[in-house]
Design a protein around this ligand. Structure first.
Ligand code: FEO
Length: 171
């Protein structure tokens, strides 16, 4: 059984994960509209992963006897219409999500809920991986600058990202 406090914050996190999925889908569509088809595919896969994150939390709350509450959220806003700006916004968003995961971990630790700590450890690792990945793409884009060949190449590489099953919560 999880506490009401942790249950409420986990429900809030479900909303943030679904919001992340919407934000990345909006970014994917923007990238496609400016002809970065590979980057659009990459970002669509990221949107799918965020949905998996949300479902992982849904399943955890159900397994621990809590109450799942699904709520809506504000429209996602893509602030830039260039590939570098879009990835920079993504990294900023991931840093916000990392802060949220840290908050959840603080609550679980204070409540000595070691099952929740164990569950949340997956998200801690995932945030490190995601921030590193976004940062690495941003660094590459900065090095490439306006080089058409470089942009073509990185778009091709981003397009090779393998998709995850959107409902597979083991991802
Ligand atoms: Fe669900 Fe990108 O963190």
């Amino acid at each position: 059984m999880i506490s009401k406090h942790l249950n409420d914050e986990l429900n809030q996190q479900i909303t943030y994960e679904f919001y992340s999925s919407h934000l990345y889908l909006a970014m994917s569509s923007k990238l496609a509209s400016i002809d970065f088809v590979g980057a659009a595919t990459w970002m669509r896969t990221q949107a799918d992963e965020e949905r998996v994150h949300a479902l992982k939390i849904v399943d955890y709350i159900i397994e621990t006897g809590g109450a799942v509450v699904i709520t809506g959220f504000e429209d996602p806003t893509v602030k830039d219409d260039n590939i570098l700006g879009i990835f920079e916004q993504s990294l900023e968003h991931e840093k916000f999500v990392t802060g949220r995961i840290n908050l959840l971990m603080d609550i679980a630790t204070e409540e000595k809920n070691y099952s929740a700590v164990n569950f949340l450890n997956w998200f801690v690792d995932e945030q490190v991986e995601e921030e590193t990945t976004f940062d690495s793409i941003i660094r590459s884009l900065k090095l490439i600058g306006n080089s058409g060949t470089g942009l073509y190449q990185i778009d091709k590489e981003l397009g090779s990202r393998v998709s995850v099953g959107a409902t597979n919560t083991q991802a």
